[in-house]
Ligand binder design. Structure first.
Ligand SMILES: *[C@@H]1O[C@H](CO)[C@@H](O)[C@H](O)[C@H]1NC(C)=O
Ligand SMILES: *[C@@H]1O[C@H](CO)[C@@H](O)[C@H](O)[C@H]1NC(C)=O
Ligand SMILES: *[C@@H]1O[C@H](CO)[C@@H](O)[C@H](O)[C@H]1NC(C)=O
Ligand SMILES: *[C@@H]1O[C@H](CO)[C@@H](O)[C@H](O)[C@H]1NC(C)=O
Ligand SMILES: *[C@@H]1O[C@H](CO)[C@@H](O)[C@H](O)[C@H]1NC(C)=O
Ligand SMILES: CC(=O)N[C@H]1CO[C@H](CO)[C@@H](O)[C@@H]1O
Length: 350
């Protein structure tokens, strides 16, 4: 249908003036094309001029493209920080961190040491690491993914980042079935690690509080469960292999809060006040790891729209975001800013 519309738009801009008998056949052809197009549009019930979702995969990957643009926009931009926390950062010499969780590791060093000794793996998938150019898509959980048929497009990226409990099973057509990284925290871990991921998916814990690291440690070690201190009950049974789990370097959370969000905020003295969402964090991470950063399924319904679900897989509405401690207005501005500066591109209309 999209292809049809494109043909139609091209044909109708075909010069139709200065017709003489010699190119009368051309005029006839144009007339027939236009008539055919309008007929098709009428037949298919498509509106010819409404804005349509943008479907496009970056086939071309230019190494360093995002890095150069990000360096111009983000002060002290650096790609030299390790993506995941590693034992060597805490074993002999403890890394000095300015902030405590979620923006740094201050005060969580001993817990981290115990956890990281357990997983013993701190690297990205080798086939991703060795790519000369990394095309990434961050798949948001937005309701606009419903019926988007973007699944095949999403699967084509080198790195597919999913968020929280976003299901894949039964939604393949709209969201694809490839998951390279899944960012989550305990309260958002109510997904089936086997069914909604691939065998090589890395489950990347985003620690908001020390208890989040402890929860992972308890699960992996099968220790006595802790039920207090969570704002929502996390799973008590969760089948994952320790070697498939990682902890995201809180550096990206700090950059999201102090650079990405702060630069568009009108509340100058409220640094680090609004906790970034996992989605915003994942975009920041991608800006530091990828050479192409596309996003899909980002954006919430209008604030006045109390009925529309916010996710493609559940009926939760905007009301639930009111108490979340996130500032989604601010994040929308930040994402628009990144789109306008062409650091990221949207697969779904934002
Ligand atoms: C950038 O890094 C320098 C040196 O580490 C530091 O003094 C400065 O405050 C940083 N600027 C920002 C905006 O983070
Ligand atoms: C730990 O310190 C090393 C050396 O200063 C640094 O390269 C690394 O980025 C730090 N790691 C984290 C997680 O901050
Ligand atoms: C998706 O498609 C189904 C079946 O055609 C339809 O019932 C539903 O309303 C659509 N949902 C959205 C959000 O477009
Ligand atoms: C995704 O689904 C297709 C078709 O069912 C299958 O061939 C492919 O192996 C799946 N990919 C992954 C990563 O699970
Ligand atoms: C969210 O950010 C916007 C834009 O900076 C600001 O005007 C608004 O007051 C913030 N809301 C909250 C609850 O902090
Ligand atoms: C093609 C398309 O729809 N692109 C949109 C992506 O988002 C930006 C920012 O909202 C829009 O300006 C583009 O039109």
């Amino acid at each position: 249908m999209i292809a049809n519309n494109e043909i139609c738009q091209k044909s109708s801009s075909f010069p139709t003036t200065k017709m003489n008998s010699k190119n009368g056949w051309k005029a006839g052809a144009v007339f027939l094309t236009v008539a055919f197009c309008f007929g098709m549009l009428w037949y298919l019930h498509v509106e010819p001029y409404i804005p349509r979702p943008y479907i496009h995969v970056h086939e071309i990957c230019t190494p360093g493209d995002v890095a150069a643009k990000a360096a111009a926009l983000i002060s002290n931009y650096s790609r030299n920080h390790p993506v995941f926390l590693q034992l060597s950062d805490y074993f002999w010499v403890k890394n000095e961190s300015k902030y405590s969780l979620p923006y740094g590791t201050k005060g969580s060093e001993d817990l981290l040491m115990k956890f990281l000794a357990l997983t013993n793996q701190y690297h990205m998938q080798p086939e991703i690491e060795r790519l000369l150019c990394r095309r990434c898509v961050v798949v948001g959980n937005g309701h606009r993914l419903k019926n988007s048929t973007l699944g095949e497009t999403i699967n084509k990226y080198d790195v597919v980042i999913r968020l929280n409990n976003a299901p894949v099973h039964n939604y393949e057509k709209d969201v694809g079935n490839k998951t390279t990284l899944r960012f989550f925290y305990p309260e958002s871990a109510d997904f089936d690690p086997q069914q909604d991921n691939n065998p090589d998916t890395l489950l990347v814990l985003v620690p908001f509080k020390p208890l989040d690291i402890q929860w992972m440690k308890i699960i992996l070690n099968n220790e006595k469960r802790v039920r207090k201190g969570f704002w929502k009950m996390p799973p008590l049974i969760w089948e994952v292999e320790p070697q498939n789990t990682r902890i995201l370097n809180p550096y990206y959370m700090e950059v999201t809060a102090t650079k990405i969000l702060d630069s568009v905020s009108d509340l100058s003295s409220k640094k680090l006040k609004a906790k970034p969402t996992t989605g915003m964090l994942a975009i920041t991470f991608a800006l530091h790891f990828c050479d192409v950063v596309d996003i899909a399924g980002f954006g919430y319904p209008a604030l006045s729209n109390k009925k529309e679900p916010i996710h493609y897989y559940e009926k939760v509405t905007l009301k639930s975001m009111a108490v979340s401690g996130h500032n989604i207005t601010l994040e929308a501005i930040a994402i628009r800013n990144l789109l306008q500066n062409r650091l990221i591109h949207n697969l779904t209309y934002f």
